[in-house]
Design a protein around this ligand. Structure first.
Ligand code: NAG
Ligand code: NAG
Length: 201
């Protein structure tokens, strides 16, 4: 009788400790899963590729006001956009402002060149001094994670999709996306907002 009770209680003990172990394991794996799926807090959670294919952790831009743009080298607005972007850049680059340009080929095939050709066009013809990154997609399933994030933070007037070349996103010194401008909004029209974020006005 005693042995029966002892076996019975030890099996209860075994069962409950197994249960506890299972619970523990489940909660650990749940926690891990949640940690993995934690949504990005700022653009600093993204790593992109520069035009030479090297990883660039965007957290290197911590403390800078950023204008993030999808560029096209062969399009109507190209000339004055690059020209005005350079004006902005010259004026504010030493005051904590940076322009990050991402070539994109999704708008009527206006950016068909290889990275070397893009570099040539952007850096030589337009004399862009700001960083130009690797070619990416900005819309659809293959959209770069950074762009999925930018769009989730600031949708456009007619939905999240990037409508065309030269959509611009303004980012604060702590990596938050605060404004989105249409392709037709010239870079110089953004100057006041940039000054505000730089605390210059
Ligand atoms: C980017 O840099 C930050 C700060 O140094 C670091 O915490 C983070 O893990 C890096 N991200 C990647 C993907 O390497
Ligand atoms: C070639 C071309 O169509 N380029 C376009 C790039 O985006 C601007 C802004 O929408 C258009 O005006 C250009 O025509």
């Amino acid at each position: 009788m005693l042995t029966i009770i002892r076996e019975w209680s030890s099996s209860i003990y075994l069962r409950s400790s197994l249960c506890a172990l299972l619970l523990l394991l489940t909660s650990i794996s749940l926690q891990k899963k949640m940690a993995e799926e934690e949504p990005p807090k700022s653009i600093y959670d993204f790593t992109v590729k520069d035009i030479n294919g090297n990883d660039v952790n965007l957290s290197i831009y911590t403390g800078k006001v950023l204008l993030i743009i999808n560029v096209a080298s062969k399009c109507g607005l190209t000339d004055w956009n690059y020209k005005d972007l350079n004006v902005l850049y010259e004026k504010y680059k030493d005051k904590g402002f940076e322009i990050l340009a991402f070539p994109c080929n999704q708008f009527g095939g206006q950016e068909p060149g290889s990275n070397d050709e893009i570099k040539e066009v952007a850096c030589t013809r337009f004399k862009a001094e700001f960083p130009i990154f690797d070619k990416i997609e900005v819309n659809g399933k293959e959209a770069a994670p950074l762009y999925k994030y930018l769009k989730s933070q600031k949708g456009g007037v007619l939905g999240d999709r990037i409508k065309w070349n030269f959509t611009k996103f303004l980012v604060t010194k702590d990596g938050k996306v605060v404004e989105r401008y249409a392709p037709t909004t010239g870079p110089l029209k953004i100057e006041k907002d940039i000054q505000k974020l730089l605390l210059l006005s």
